[in-house]
Structures are given as structure tokens and as C-alpha cells.
Ligand binder design. Structure first.
Ligand SMILES: *Cc1c(COP(=O)(O)O)cnc(C)c1O
Length: 475
């Protein structure tokens, strides 16, 4: 077994490896090139009976595991949305892991609870969120959205469904756009509302929810005996960072007394920039709001900021106080166990504190502005160099596009773009993913990796040029 001397020695070695990894990250293929089962086959069928030497374990990590890792922290990672880390965030995670504190209630680590409270206030102030909002850290946006829908359900039922279960008479309806994230479908199922009661509202030509269609759907549902429960508006959809009109949606919600939850999981970070704060216009009409520092705000997964207007409704939905968890401070402190699904909680506020202090708010703003400028640069360059179609306006740092050589049918265009994407990703030099917009195959390029520089964007453009030329010649 590893003793403390060995721990110290190994830890130093790990830290050196970590720094080397970051320095050399561009030498790895961005997207792991292994095939299904490759790694599994390399792993022994049974656990070792005898203690193994740490050097052997570490060596197997490098030989076996690393090849099956997609390098999300590579500056050549342009796929999905980023799951950023940063040097200070990684260091905070080391401390968190070392202390291994279980931060379920104030008493189990007062600093964790109070730092979390303060960090949620910092973020609120940094982003100009409505003053009445009170925040709590959740593991993921999916969980935060589930909390919102459960709170809405409990509030609408006078906090009875938690106790009596559904009577069978409730006919709740939840609304989101056809572009909203799958976590809403999941939350509606888990909350027992039934996915048949989730209505997907039509979007406009820029993939944002049409508020008048929402209004019509709600009126129709009321006429048919349903109870509109919750609307989930997206600020920055996953496919294309489309922005639902929160203000107009909020007015519809107020009129019908419906809970409004705003999902800004990715795009919310942009609100730190005064010039991008318009993305949250109307947020004062929302009952709850979520964004993920673990996507674009340089903070290791997982760390989700969830804000609510009615803290009481949240706590009443989740509070359970068994005898063994009662403490004499219960009335004066935040016991975050009661603010969400999990009992046990990691100390997540520490990495936020490290990140915000190490970058400074100005440093974060500068980084975000760099990212936005890279997206603009990329879009301008590809428009000049290639026959491309920009599929939707670039609000932030996601560019949605496709190659569109003249004379190709829709089917042929899909194959053409798919081929380009496959070749890029096989090259290991960059990683891009796709979506479909209006049924059209669309390449997504996100410029949000922490240590991304303009030279990486230029390299991506050259790579696209190379691969596109090969494809044109093959036609
Ligand atoms: C990424 C994303 C989510 C899900 O985030 P998790 O934290 O992984 O649950 C939800 N909504 C939107 C708009 C997203 O982009």
C-alpha cells in the first residue's frame, strides 16, 4: 500500500506529468482514435489480489488509458461545447480531492457552504443577474432543470405531490422550443409529468422560440383542461446558440402564472461582458436560471450555477430533515442538501474562487472577447476562401456552416460535409462536431477552449482548406 512518503514522491511526479501534458497536449490526436472494445480488451478480467506498484499503475495509465482519451483541453478542440478547465481550477480540484470533504450541510464544512454562498453572489454581480436571485451550485444543468421543474410542480400543487403522489387528476403541461436541450425531456419524465405533456414550440428562422406560438399553445391547453406548469426558454441552444426571446416569453408566463426557467447552460458565461448582456434581457421575469461555469468559464466539470427567485419553494421541494442530520444551526445557515437532489456534495465552490481570483473578472472578460473575435475571424475567412453557407447568425463563439459547392443536391451536400468532418477528425489535428439545422447537415465550430490562440484558428482554416481541396478533387 502507498505510504505517505510514496504519496509525496508520486504526487510530485504527477504534477510534473500534468504540466508536461498541458505543454504537449497538441501532440495527441484531439479525438481519440480507438475503436469500441479496444481499451476494454486491454484491461485484466479481474481485480489484482496483491498490491501493485504505483509506477506500474501509472505506466498503464499512460499506455492504456491515454490513447482512449479525447483531449477536451486541447486548443484544437472545437467540438460540442467546451468543458473547460484552467490551471488554477485544476489546482483547486487537487485540494478538493485531498481534503475530500463531504459538504452536504453547513456543519460538515462551514467554509464550503459560506464560500458557495459568496461565489453565487459574485457571479450574480459579475453578470448583472436580477437582485432577487439566490444561487446554489448543482452538479449539472440537467439537475438544475430537474430542480426547476420539480419546484414548479410542487408550487403549482400546493406542495402536495411530494407527499400524496399524483392523484391522476393533474394535467400539467411543460413548454420548450423544438431546439431545446434533451435534459428538458428527461426532467419532464423524471418529474412524473410524462413526456407526452411536453409541448415543443415552433421556432423562427433563427431557431428561437416564437412567443406568439407559445401563447397560442398555452391558451389552447387551458381550453382543453390542462394546467400550464413551466416554460423552459433557452439562451443559447445547444445546436446553434439560438436565443429565445426571454422578455416576450416571460410576459406570456406572467399572464398565465407559469414558472419560467431559463437555460443558459453554455451561453450564460457571455453575460460577464456588458456588450453581451442583452442575451439575458427579460431575465427578471424568470423564476429560475441556470448556467454552467464548467463549460465556458474555465472551471472544471462539474460546476453548475443555479439561481432561483423563490428560495422557499426550492427548499420546500427538497427539504428532508431526518434526526441524524439535525443540527443546532439549521435556522441560521444554508444547508445545501435541501437545495437540490443529492445529499452528498463535493466542495465545488473552491475551484470557482481560484478561477475568478486568478483570472480576475477583467481577465475572464478579455479571454471571452478573444474567443468571440476568433469566431468572427473564422467566419470571415471561410466566407472568403470557400463556397460556404453560414447556417444561422453567429451570436457568440459558435459558427454553424456547411460547404456548399455549386450543383450539389441536398443529399450530396450532406455526404460532402460529412466526409470533410470525418477526415478532419481522423487527422487528429482538430475535432469538430455537427448538427442538423432545418434538416440540413451543419458543421459546428466552437471557439471557447481556455488556452485557444489565433494561430490554432488559422491552423483549423488551413486544415479545412486541405481537406476541402482533396474532396473537390475526388468529385
Ligand atoms: C450543455 C447543455 C445542457 C446540459 O448541461 P449539463 O451540465 O451537461 O447537464 C443543457 N442545456 C444546454 C443549452 C446546454 O448547452
Amino acid at each position: 500500500m502507498m505510504d505517505i512518503q510514496a504519496f509525496r514522491k508520486n504526487a510530485h511526479q504527477m504534477v510534473d506529468w500534468m504540466a508536461d501534458y498541458f505543454e504537449q497536449i497538441e501532440q495527441y490526436p484531439v479525438k481519440s482514435q480507438v475503436k469500441p472494445n479496444d481499451i476494454y480488451q486491454l484491461l485484466p478480467e479481474t481485480a489484482p489480489e496483491q498490491a501493485e506498484d504505483f509506477q506500474a499503475i501509472f505506466s498503464d495509465f499512460q499506455k492504456t488509458i491515454l490513447q482512449g482519451i479525447t483531449h477536451w483541453q486541447s486548443p484544437n478542440f472545437f467540438a460540442y461545447f467546451p468543458a473547460n478547465s484552467s490551471y488554477p481550477s485544476v489546482l483547486a480540484e487537487m485540494l478538493t480531492a485531498t481534503m475530500g470533504a463531504q459538504c452536504m450541510i453547513w456543519e460538515t464544512s462551514p467554509a464550503a457552504a459560506e464560500l458557495e454562498e459568496r461565489m453565487m453572489e459574485w457571479l450574480k454581480e459579475m453578470m448583472g443577474l436580477p437582485n432577487e436571485f439566490v444561487g446554489v451550485i448543482q452538479d449539472t444543468a440537467s439537475t438544475a432543470t430537474l430542480c426547476a421543474i420539480l419546484s414548479a410542480r410542487e408550487k403549482a400543487s400546493g406542495f402536495t405531490i411530494n407527499h400524496t403522489g399524483f392523484t391522476g387528476k393533474e394535467q400539467f403541461r411543460v413548454y420548450c422550443s423544438s431546439q431545446t436541450h434533451s435534459s428538458i425531456d428527461k426532467a419532464v419524465r423524471i418529474a412524473g409529468l410524462g413526456s407526452d405533456h411536453l409541448r415543443k414550440i415552433e421556432v423562427d428562422e433563427h431557431f428561437a422560440m416564437k412567443a406568439d406560438k407559445l401563447q397560442a399553445a398555452i391558451i389552447e391547453d387551458i381550453a382543453n383542461g390542462f394546467t400550464p406548469l413551466c416554460v423552459v426558454a433557452a439562451t443559447g441552444t445547444t445546436s446553434s446558440t439560438a436565443m429565445d426571446p426571454i422578455k416576450m416569453i416571460g410576459e406570456v408566463c406572467q399572464q398565465h402564472n407559469v414558472w419560467l426557467h431559463v437555460d443558459a447552460a453554455y451561453a450564460g458565461t457571455a453575460a460577464i461582458l456588458p456588450e453581451k448582456r442583452w442575451i439575458l434581457d427579460g431575465l427578471e421575469l424568470a423564476d429560475s436560471y441556470v448556467f454552467n461555469p464548467h463549460k465556458w468559464m474555465f472551471t472544471n466539470f462539474d460546476c453548475t450555477a443555479y439561481y432561483v427567485k423563490d428560495k422557499g419553494a426550492l427548499i420546500r421541494t427538497f427539504e428532508i430533515l431526518p434526526e441524524y442530520l439535525k443540527t443546532k444551526n439549521d435556522h441560521t445557515v444554508n444547508n445545501y442538501r435541501d437545495w437540490g437532489v443529492q445529499l452528498g456534495r463535493r466542495f465545488r465552490a473552491l475551484k470557482l474562487w481560484f478561477v475568478i481570483r486568478s483570472f480576475g473578472v477583467e481577465g475572464i472578460r478579455n479571454r471571452l472577447r478573444d474567443h468571440l473575435s476568433y469566431a468572427t475571424y473564422f467566419e470571415q475567412e471561410i466566407k472568403q476562401r470557400f463556397e460556404v453557407e453560414i447556417m444561422t447568425p453567429t451570436h457568440l463563439n459558435l459558427v454553424c456552416f456547411r460547404f456548399k459547392p455549386t450543383g450539389l443536391s441536398e443529399d450530396a451536400l450532406e455526404k460532402y460535409n460529412q466526409g470533410i468532418l470525418d477526415n478532419i477528425n481522423k487527422s487528429g489535428k482538430a475535432y469538430l462536431t455537427h448538427t442538423k439545422l432545418d434538416g440540413k447537415y451543419t458543421i459546428r465550430a466552437v471557439f471557447g477552449q481556455t488556452y485557444l490562440q489565433k494561430k490554432h484558428v488559422s491552423a483549423l482554416i488551413s486544415l479545412l482548406e486541405e481537406v476541402n481541396t482533396e474532396h473537390t478533387l475526388k468529385r
